[in-house]
Design a protein around this ligand. Sequence first.
Ligand code: PEP
Ligand code: MG
Length: 888
Amino acid sequence: TKLVYSFSEGDKDQKDLLGGKGANLAEMTNLGLPVPPGFTITTEACRAYLADGHEPAGLADEVTEHLVALEKTMGKQLGQADDPLLVSVRSGAKFSMPGMMETVLNVGLNDSSVRGLAEQAGDDRFAWDSYRRLVQMFGATVLGIESEHFGDALDAAKKAKDTTNDLDLDADDLAALVETFKGVVREHAGREFPQDPREQMDLAIRAVFESWNSPRANVYRRQERIPADLGTAVSVCSMVFGNLGMDSGTGVAFTRDPASGEQGIYGDYLQNAQGEDVVAGIRNTLPLTELERIDKASYDQLLEIMSTLENHYRDLCDIEFTIERGKLWMLQTRVGKRTAAAAFVVACQLVDEGLIDMDEALQRVTGAQLAQLMFPRFDRDADKELLTTGMNASPGAAGGVAVFDSPTAVRRAKAGEKVILVRRETTPDDLDGMIAAQGVLTSRGGRTSHAAVVARGMGKTAVCGAEELEVDVRGKKITLPDGREVVEGDTLSIDGTNGEVYLGEVPVVASPVMSYFEGSTGLAENDDLVAAVDRIMRHADGGRRLKVRVNADTGEDCATARTFGAEGVGLCRTEHMFLGERRELVETLVLAETRDEREKALAALLPLQIEDFTAIYRAMEGLPVTIRLLDPPLHEFLPDLTELSVEVAVARERGELTEEKEELLASVRRLHEQNPMLGLRGVRLGIAVPGLYAMQVRAITRAAAALAAEGITVLPEIMVPLVGTVQELQAVAAEIAEVVAEPESLVNGEPVEHQIGTMIELPRAALVAAQIAETAEFFSFGTNDLTQTTWGFSRDDVESSFFSEYLETGIFGVSPFESLDTEGVGELVEIASWRGREVRHDLKLGICGEHGGDPDSVHFFHRAGLDYVSCSPFRIPVARLEAGRAAV
Ligand code: PEP
Ligand code: MG
């Protein structure tokens, strides 16, 4: 297979093979935009390298072939002594992982070509500066030397000149520094800095391959749910220089505001700078609009290119560019990361501009983004002490104690504290801390700095470039111009939507999007965001096939859910009605030895249950309500065996032991189970405790009959849990049939309208679905238990036990309790659906496990042909949106 592609060979749809960067460089090349020539080594080559531990056969030859072609195009050879071709070696995976992997610039410089470069550029200082950057970058990323060793040497050189500014070092200083750096390499890597340009390039390529597996890249992938086995592509690109004087520079830009979606010029520019200086946020940048003053020709060309790109990609793009002595070069573009709010607003703008249609707009937003928009924000009217205002880098409202380094952020967050990570600028090494923190505050860098880009991607609140703050990371404090100080442990509140930073805790209020879903605000005409959300939600609702129901157990939750758009109750867990004071009644019921005791407990429960169901029916008038018969893992309702044994022993010791206590202990011992989740629960309990399910069915049908008599439409669906064989279901169905024929359950002499169905939450039930469907009128997949029983994972234990190892080592990309395991558990869902529907064509199919609100899982359930998903109230809008997206 072909392992290397010239930029003129690929296109934007080859991200799998060429990575995002490589694919888009190819696309821009083919659009005729000014891209420095180069080639891309495929992700396939990287995967082979990582699997085998060496470069795949043929790679070296293909690289040579492309290098020779590149040299021909450029009219000079890599590292050529009198006029060197220099290249950058850049990582680029399918999904953007900003700053997580390696890049090496200026490859091709050595002791002789540095002089050729100086000659050609007419600038000694520039050449030596480029060479020292190469030795430094190469040493750190390729040879794995701690970057401080280089940093210390650089600081020493500046100190010797009594300056803190790199620009005060002249060509001689930099030449000396190169020697020092080479010494650092010798000392810490045990080898010479390679003078052979090709060896430099080959080692740099290998380092980029290996950086796929760096710890920070792994952390980032887990966070973003990026598969661990994709590998990165490597783009080798001829160098252009933004550090050739004040008529040169480098910058980044967005084609629209990535925070709000507003159209305009958004970006940062840095004169006389190279590569990563802007993204790293090391020096404070100029707003891009300043470029018009500095270099109007390049500015105009850049605007034209941005408009070309937007029209071509039909989306917001971000770009990296360099100007070399007045000539503009495009180094990168991609469909830009944006805030959740911008995603909705931009999608609708693009529709209005005729670039995309509503179906595509729906594809441009995600349920995860919608969920973010439902977060609360700071109360505008609250008293607050404003410290400063920085850049609104990633929206949201976050509060917590100030911490100044990543390990402290992780430690304090683990201990349950909310923290705000405060840094001068963040580096990829701060990733753990950013994940642990509620929000991130930096004093340097713009909207495109690492902190901003990563925070937006994670949906984490961030304020960047708050320049008034003097951040002393070592001293763990912030100093303000007026002398105020904030030390580690002080509470800060940061508003990523407007960039404000407050001292102390600021109360938060609901988001306008949340208010919209709650129906508490009308459609504010001037609120672009709410209008965009409304428009996209309507389109999603209009197109989706899956209905969305709610998992709710009270009338109140049902009412909330209904405003969120719930189309029925998919799961009412009746055991939740038996907590608190009613627990005792259930305990009595389960432990009852005589019929009399049992009936007394049941009689006490009946009116309570009728009340419960009446409230739910009223809230859900006209919509189906699935009520599940009791499914308590017994240990949740009985006294703890150990505690009770101790109590009894103590009482016996004191001579205070009653006969009652002793009998209770005997009963609890009799019912005690080693594996309660696999024990006497669900339908098993219904069969073991006579009268229990009958009482519940009585309450369900009597409440329904009473309301029906009032003219209220109620559609109860009686659901039997944890069925493994149709015989269990038949036994319960027979009991139900008797109860619904009781006079109090009749409406106009007929049994009140109802359906009988079952949960499918055991592999066996899925496999014998055809038999079960003979009796069941509907199936509802209990994917929590189905995951537990299919994998043999205890749902109560594993997520806090070995799952972290599984996630770290990549055995899982995501917990199967969070996102459905479509290959295993999903296969059972499909099998049960087919087999069930073969027997009963109109068999209603739903899912009520936690997966009902998980975006990826919703898409699967759509494909599997289910009728509805059911999830907790606050996830309903997300499920509606994703169900709509799945149907496009
Ligand atoms: C399930 O098992 O997926 C389910 C919805 O039931 P519960 O979570 O109550 O066991
Ligand atoms: Mg269950």
